[in-house]
Design a protein around this ligand. Structure first.
Ligand code: SIN
Ligand code: FE2
Length: 201
């Protein structure tokens, strides 16, 4: 497997999933989203986020007027569906972590959606990495530093690419500046799906 390591420790696996596996993954996710539909979260200050979210696993990450947190249930009160085996197999292959992921967050980016530079730091334990999967339209992924500010670099993530943020990169800032809507034919209506796997407790 081809692997690129950024100077901060971001590990990128271009084309980790071939097109057949991408189609199978999307099928797995359709089943998850049937049980736990995407919702458009609001920030604690009441601003709508541009991505839609759902999750699989013991926990889902939620943002609403009460704040950011992990919850064991979808806002509809149903428990999150299990993380698909195909996704667990990816974790086993690249995470190098003895624990299983407890959250598979599903972010859906429609036309114009983005995600501002942030750190993933709502977890109790930072020894395991965050593993991210890109599906569908290309997304411009910005990689920053652990400290706020400083130089950043951006790369286009394509459908099937995997990024591992561990070690020195576990708390590095990152975000998605924009997507190239309609650049992939994986999702019939366009858009980008990003999965992020994390150990939470
Ligand atoms: C995230 O950091 O939550 C999403 C990253 C991405 O969409 O690639
Ligand atoms: Fe993140």
């Amino acid at each position: 497997m081809n692997e690129v390591i950024d100077r901060r420790g971001f590990r990128i696996f271009p084309g980790y999933f071939d097109s057949e596996s991408q189609i199978a993954l999307v099928e797995d996710l359709r089943e998850v989203l049937r049980q736990a539909p995407l919702v458009q979260p609001v920030t604690p200050r009441g601003q709508k986020m541009s991505v839609r979210m759902s999750a699989a696993g013991r926990f889902g990450w939620i943002s609403d007027r009460k704040g950011y947190r992990y919850e064991e249930r979808h806002p509809s009160r149903v428990p999150w569906p299990p993380i698909p085996d195909r996704v667990l197999a990816l974790w086993g292959d690249v995470a190098g972590c003895p624990r299983d992921p407890e959250c598979c967050l599903i972010n859906w980016y429609g036309e114009g959606a983005r995600m501002g530079l942030h750190q993933d730091r709502d977890e109790a334990d930072f020894t395991c990495p965050v593993v991210s999967v890109s599906l569908g339209d290309e997304g411009l992924f910005r990689m920053g530093n652990v400290e706020r500010g400083g130089k950043t670099e951006s790369i286009w993530l394509r459908s099937g690419d995997v990024v591992v943020m561990g070690g020195a990169a576990r708390l590095a800032h990152h975000g998605v500046d924009r997507i190239r809507f309609g650049s992939s034919s994986l999702l019939p209506n366009g858009g980008r799906i990003n999965l992020t796997l994390r150990v939470v407790t």
